[in-house]
Write a protein that binds this ligand. Structure first.
Ligand code: FE2
Ligand code: FE2
Length: 190
């Protein structure tokens, strides 16, 4: 079961700032486009895109306490950067608030920041749409946005590479889930 779009939109309007809602709607729009070009359910892409940042605005203390309550694995990196938990916490708390029990959509929400290994097609769609939505500028984004509609996994590898380059460029720690996602994406390339 997935909620109707109006329910999902009202839920994020209640929880997020207006510019964050705009980002979610843009993510939804691109997720539908990418999904449609690969024969993936556009309704699931719509709800996954709209709700991916459902817990984005929770204070870090709350994200950590929710992650503990939900018995999520909390690495030292999550501890230092609790923001990284907003996807996993959303995937496990949304079903308490909305009629959403579709595991594919919840997996996509769970893995939109760090990826997953394995990663479903819908998760790749939401991951790509989050990074490439129309509010994000630049030639790289424009080119990869087009590529995502032709080569889902090639584009996902590209974006993951860009994410890792940014993290390593700033000498930040790489989350083990990102490393696992990267290895998975490399392995599944044709
Ligand atoms: Fe996010
Ligand atoms: Fe996002």
């Amino acid at each position: 079961m997935i909620p109707i779009r109006d329910q999902a939109l009202a839920a994020i309007q209640d929880r997020l700032k207006p510019h964050e809602v705009v980002h979610c709607v843009r993510t939804e729009e691109l997720a539908i486009e990418i999904a449609t070009s690969h024969g993936i359910d556009p309704d699931k892409a719509s709800i996954g895109g709209l709700l991916h940042d459902y817990c984005r605005a929770l204070p870090h203390k709350v994200l950590l306490s929710e992650a503990r309550r939900l018995r999520l694995e909390i690495t030292d990196i999550d501890q230092a950067v609790p923001y990284l938990l907003h996807g996993p916490v959303a995937a496990r708390t949304i079903p308490d608030d909305l009629p959403l029990d579709d595991l594919d959509v919840l997996h996509a929400i769970d893995s939109h920041t760090l990826g997953a290994a394995p990663m479903s097609e819908l998760a790749a769609v939401v991951f790509l749409a989050d990074h490439l939505e129309s509010g994000r500028a630049g030639q790289y984004v424009a080119e990869t946005r087009l590529r995502a509609k032709e080569d889902l996994w090639g584009a996902a590898l590209d974006v993951m590479q860009e994410v890792i380059a940014r993290v390593t460029g700033d000498s930040r720690l790489i989350h083990p889930r990102t490393v696992a996602s990267w290895n998975h994406l490399v392995r599944i390339q044709p």
